[in-house]
Design a protein around this ligand. Structure first.
Ligand code: NI
Length: 200
């Protein structure tokens, strides 16, 4: 397994639509493994292929795991894993509404309330090519909808009002330029510290 680079706004791959996966290849298993490792390390509760620079309709999700410091102090341990891999996901049922304060591994240090469906049913293929359905509500429903947006080239900030969206994008672009200029000048203090909170 390998940790992959997570692309961040305004990297163009995040604004592109991922293409349906015609079949699961050997490389798909590796991609899914690598995406899960990258998600757990970030830490995140979901990751879509666009975020690691791949335009295929595959996403990984785990809203259940816990991170604990290992007893010998050697680092962190992840327990209660419940990883899901969804290929070519499609929402086939939607109900109600919920508002959740979303963040995103691809949108550094910004969160905003986003309105999503409260309950959904998703049709998808497993990594073994089997057709399945997943019923989700609450946080899992938020995460699935957020990751599916990624596959369509959409970020949660694209769901804000037009005025707010432009302001936020301008601010994020400026912050990124500042970070890159500082790095180029050898100032490593701007490198992001490991997140504490799990992002979507
Ligand atoms: Ni995200």
């Amino acid at each position: 397994m390998a940790k992959l680079k997570i692309y961040t706004f305004p990297d163009i791959v995040l604004a592109k639509k991922a293409l349906p996966m015609a079949r699961v290849e050997k490389s798909t298993f590796k991609l899914a493994d690598d995406m899960l490792e990258t998600m757990y390390d970030a830490p995140g509760i979901g990751l879509a292929a666009n975020q690691v620079g791949i335009l295929e309709r595959i996403l990984v999700i785990d809203t259940d795991y816990e991170t604990e410091d290992s007893e010998d102090g050697s680092g962190e341990m992840i327990t209660h894993k419940n990883s899901r891999i969804l290929i070519n996901p499609e929402i086939i049922y939607r109900e109600g509404a919920q508002i959740f304060e979303e963040g995103c591994l691809s949108v550094p240090e910004y969160t905003a309330d986003v309105k999503r469906f409260d309950k959904i049913k998703v049709k998808y293929q497993t990594i073994d090519g089997v057709s399945r359905e997943l019923s989700a509500e609450g946080l899992l429903a938020v995460a699935v909808q957020h990751e599916m947006d990624h596959l369509d080239g959409k970020l949660f900030i694209d769901r804000l009002s037009a005025i707010k969206k432009e302001l936020v994008k301008k601010k994020l672009r400026a912050e990124r330029r500042e970070r890159e200029a500082a790095l180029a000048a050898g100032d490593l203090s701007v490198l992001r510290k490991k997140r504490k909170k799990k992002e979507i």
